[in-house]
Write a protein that binds this ligand. Structure first.
Ligand SMILES: Nc1ncnc2c1ncn2[C@@H]1O[C@H](COP(=O)(O)OP(=O)(O)OP(=O)(O)O)[C@@H](O)[C@H]1O
Length: 506
């Protein structure tokens, strides 16, 4: 597979990630100018000009780009400026209610109290977990605490020379904002002379791409897929509420925690923008709550129900819901636990970006066509994601990157004859993989619309995090992980020439 990363760096089958540059820059290893490609695709397929006046005038708004060309701001429909910190300023330090009782916070705090600051020398690096575009992730133990973390180490010199500093900053600032069960916790960030380090929650279960390869037929059952996409949907809803458009959903970026629940990772392609969460319904009848997925999207608002007896009802298969008296009873009981909550719509519908970012097989048509894009790209990628989990492949993959892009824009969606997948699942995918973003499911009301789709019937959104995961990873034997002597430890950062560059920590 052609890759800008060069051979031997990306795992087999790992989908390539876009260069994240603006349309003017070279995109793939085949040195295809994205502008040229978008133009070619457009003229070949004779696209009608967008009737959306926002997109039509988009190019006039000189979207600010970072040094790497990756957009860092967006153009709202109003003329007000967007501050990078606008949605995140209230989150700092360990101000994360969901992690209030996390022993790892306490362990880190104890080091800070004792030593003043937390640094690289307080960690024992056990093994390299993986290498991304801007840094290397290590399994790390906070010395003598049995508290384990994933530490992303980025070489500042390499980031600067490769013009990736702003991308790293974007990721860090977004991570600092997050406090959600299906998103990573950033415990600390510190700098050494050479490195910038992010101390995050460690996910021992690997990623969903790898997990899918281990399934029979290399695809998930519909029930398992429903579990994973429900968690991803909640994470996405939360991100959109914060004004963060994720833009890089794919199985590789969904990591499996020790308890089998998942979290979205990798925010260096994300776009931040303004958003105005709106209450569209102030009360929901308790009986309606189940039917219409009444909920409050803010994590702090999610009720803390009794989780012990709940799991089986969170993902009850649809055919149980109307047949069994017992299930009806359970459903009613669960419904009663969810008290009337307001329905929020928190979709950043006015966000627009001109950047060409993402992973080929997951790129939305509007990104490829260079029309300007907004939060609807996340719902497109959601459709590709569900398709891949269920069918074991993505729908528009071509013989190469160019063919893939042409297929995304010009080929109709097709489903394989096998495996047999429910009508609801196919209908959801079909509704998401609509080429025109304005006709795509969730374009206007985001996750609220998604949750009401029949595919999710029976999902109790407030209890998803208490549901039983399809698979729980084997416990990690931390003892057997060979500790790397700090003095000999090195990290690697990929260069633009696709070489591995080694940098010693000390
Ligand atoms: N919290 C984590 N727990 C366990 N493994 C992780 C964690 N975060 C990252 N990894 C592993 O490290 C690898 C590198 O992650 P990283 O986010 O740096 O790069 P990436 O996902 O390949 O994307 P990018 O190139 O955009 O940085 C991932 O593929 C993943 O397997």
């Amino acid at each position: 597979m052609a890759s800008k990363y060069g051979s031997g760096v990306l795992p087999e089958n790992k989908k390539e990630k876009g260069d994240k540059e603006t349309p003017e820059t070279s995109y793939s290893s085949q040195s295809v100018s994205v502008n040229t490609l978008a133009d070619q695709v457009s003229s070949t397929l004779s696209f009608a000009p967008s009737s959306d006046s926002k997109t039509g005038g988009e190019v006039k708004f000189n979207e600010k780009s970072d040094q790497s060309g990756k957009s860092n701001t967006c153009r709202p429909s109003t003329s007000s400026d967007i501050s990078d910190e606008s949605t995140c300023s209230s989150f700092s330090g360990n101000n994360k209610p969901h992690k209030a009782n996390d022993v790892r916070w306490e362990a880190i705090q104890a080091v800070r109290t004792k030593h003043g600051v937390l640094g690289l020398n307080h960690f024992r690096l056990l093994k390299r977990l993986g290498c991304g575009d801007i840094g290397t992730v290590h399994l790390a133990e906070l010395h003598g605490t049995r508290c384990f973390f994933a530490m992303k180490v980025m070489d500042k010199g390499a980031l600067a020379s490769r013009k990736k500093l702003l991308r790293a900053q974007t990721e860090r600032e977004i991570l600092q904002c997050l406090d959600h069960p299906f998103l990573p916790t950033l415990y600390s960030h510190f700098e050494t002379e050479k490195f910038s380090c992010l101390v995050m929650e460690f996910c021992p279960g690997g990623d969903l791409h790898t997990l899918r390869q281990r399934q029979p037929g290399k695809r998930f059952s519909e029930q398992a897929a429903k579990f994973y996409v429900a968690e991803v949907l909640l994470a996405m809803e939360y991100l959109h509420m914060l004004g963060i458009i994720y833009r890089d959903l794919k199985p590789e970026n969904v990591l499996v925690r020790d308890d089998g629940h998942v979290m979205l990772s990798d925010f260096d392609l994300s776009l931040r923008c303004t958003v105005s969460p709106t209450v569209v319904r102030s009360t929901v009848l308790a009986s309606e709550g189940q039917k219409n997925s009444g909920y409050c999207a803010q994590p702090a608002c999610i009720q803390q129900p009794s989780c012990i007896s709940a799991p089986t009802t969170c993902f009850s298969p649809r055919y149980f819901s109307s047949k069994s008296k017992k299930d009806k009873k359970m459903k009613n009981e669960t419904g009663n636990q969810v008290s009337p909550l307001p329905e929020l719509v928190a979709e950043p519908t006015s966000a627009r970006s001109m950047s060409f970012v993402g992973t080929h097989e997951y790129l939305a048509p509007e990104i490829i066509k260079g029309e300007g894009h907004g939060s609807a790209v996340d719902w497109w990628t959601f459709g590709i994601f569900l398709y891949e989990l269920l069918f074991g492949k993505t729908p528009f993959k071509g013989s190469g990157n160019r063919a893939t892009l042409f297929n995304v824009v010009g080929q109709p969606l097709r489903f394989p004859e096998s495996p047999v997948v429910s009508f609801a699942a196919r209908d959801l995918i079909r509704s998401l993989l609509v080429k025109e973003p304005q006709h795509r499911l969730a374009y206007k009301r985001g996750a609220t619309e998604m949750k009401q789709h029949p595919f999710f019937e029976g999902v109790n959104w407030a209890l998803v995090r208490c549901a039983s995961p399809p698979e729980i990873p084997k416990p990690v034997d931390y003892e057997s992980a060979p500790a790397t002597p700090a003095a000999a430890t090195s990290t690697s950062v990929k260069s633009d020439q696709s070489n591995y560059l080694e940098f010693d920590f000390f």
